[in-house]
Design a protein around this ligand. Structure first.
Ligand SMILES: *Cc1c(COP(=O)(O)O)cnc(C)c1O
Length: 428
């Protein structure tokens, strides 16, 4: 079996030494992988139960066109999401074009002139800058008279609970909490930590809406932020919860009133959730949710495998090889631009789509240094599929995430190392 595997890897241009090293790393990860499988088993049952309780049937996949009134499949999927996240209601739509749009819809729907947003995990994800008006922007919440305040995480990465309580004023209407570190240099927050922060906010004023940017965090743990008091959890369907099958979309789960407010922003006041044709996408979104727990587990295993492979060669991995995981993103500091390019070439070469393409750094709008990206995805831009990107600047960190299956994630990492070995960039 192992010999056959080695032959396959050889046929995919992987040297024996690279194969042997990576396999020896994997050998030591059995216990960690078992723990991940245990979480995914629980999440799989959670999803299945929600589907059974809502009597999901083939008829739900029929789809609708035009206005999309009485689209039973769309409505069933939203009830299933609400049950999975243990919330009163959910908005799960292909008309939500991405995670940023879902967050924007949740905020614009629930904020009124004079309200204040308080971000309590430091500055939110970059794409929210222009929604909030942190960076001046036409159409921002700031233009509508919504102000913004921020409390940074403490140097050790924990919430600044006293700072948060002090920052709340009579206008504070919505607290924004980003679960994943995204591409910032901080730790990802656990659901338990988020619960503590929400408790602190609610102790000052229980009416403040606590909204969690849940991107990259779904199904990584056995509970979600909505299980520890979040009023809204928001994310993208081309990340974890779409399971690689959703071609587009976003979700907003939470208290009925707040989800309804968001729906009036997504469509119109009055129409809300009643309209929005599913156009035949319901099956992909639903099956994607069904796959999401094991897909997320595969991505997590890939991230842990990568951390161990590269830490074993002397590189800094963030999170490190032994840390607990709260999202699927892995960073590795490769120290030179040549290694970053080689890493991305390897990820690309391992892709099912566009494997023959060679990624190159380019001056992407909005970034202050060239960026290189590797992705060969079935869904364009999907970051639950195996992908890597890196800004070309010290410490030459490459950010890596996804993998719909663990064998693919493993092969991608092996290829990243193979490319470096071929270019003599690794000292064994
Ligand atoms: C990806 C991401 C977003 C934005 O999602 P898009 O689908 O790219 O618009 C927001 N917050 C975090 C933490 C993310 O990782």
């Amino acid at each position: 079996m192992k010999d056959m595997l080695k032959d396959y890897y050889r046929s995919l241009n992987v040297d024996e030494k690279v194969f042997e090293y990576c396999n020896s790393v994997e050998e030591k990860l059995k216990d960690r992988f078992a723990a991940i499988d245990a979480v995914s088993e629980l999440n799989q049952l959670k999803v299945l139960k929600a589907m059974q309780d809502n009597r999901l049937s083939e008829a739900h996949f029929a789809g609708s066109s035009g206005y999309g009134y009485t689209d039973d499949g769309r409505d069933a999927l939203e009830r299933i999401y609400a049950d999975v996240f243990h919330t009163e209601d959910a908005l799960v739509r292909t008309q939500i074009v991405c995670g940023t749009h879902a967050l924007c819809t949740a905020m614009f729907g629930n904020l009124r002139p004079g309200d204040e947003i308080l971000a309590i995990a430091g500055k939110p994800y970059d794409t929210l800058d222009e929604i909030i008006g942190i960076r001046e922007s036409r159409g921002s919440l700031a233009e509508y008279g919504v102000t913004y305040a921020q409390v940074d995480l403490l140097p050790n990465g924990d919430f600044d609970i006293d700072g948060i309580k002090n920052a709340i004023n009579s206008r504070t209407r919505l607290v924004e909490i980003q679960r994943s570190k995204g591409y910032a240099v901080r730790k990802t927050l656990s659901v338990q930590q988020i619960g503590e922060a929400i408790k602190a906010v609610k102790s000052v004023n229980p009416d403040i809406i606590c909204m969690v940017d849940n991107c990259y965090g779904e199904f990584v743990q056995d509970i979600e932020p909505s299980d520890v008091g979040a009023d809204l959890v928001v994310g993208s369907l081309i990340k974890n919860p779409g399971g690689g099958l959703a071609p587009i979309g976003g979700y907003i789960c939470g208290k009925k009133e707040y989800v309804e407010n968001a729906s009036y922003r997504l469509t119109t006041p009055g129409l809300g959730k009643e309209v929005g044709a599913s156009l035949g996408n319901t099956k992909a979104l639903t099956q994607g949710l069904f796959m999401a727990p094991t897909v997320t587990a595969s991505a997590l295993k890939g991230a842990i495998f990568a951390a161990n492979v590269y830490e074993g060669l002397g590189f800094k991995a963030v999170p490190d090889s032994t840390e607990d995981r709260y999202d699927i993103i892995q960073a590795v500091e490769l120290q030179t631009p040549e290694r970053v390019v080689a890493f991305c070439e390897g990820i690309q070469a391992a892709a099912p789509v566009d494997s023959y393409v060679r990624p190159e750094p380019w001056d992407m709008p909005g970034y202050d240094s060239p960026v290189i990206m590797a992705a060969g995805a079935f869904v364009s831009g999907s970051s639950i599929e195996l992908s890597a990107d890196a800004p070309m600047r010290p410490p030459y960190a490459v950010y890596f995430q996804g993998g719909l299956t663990y064998p693919h994630a493993k092969y991608g990492i092996i290829m990243s190392l193979q490319k470096m070995v071929e270019k003599n960039l690794i000292v064994w």
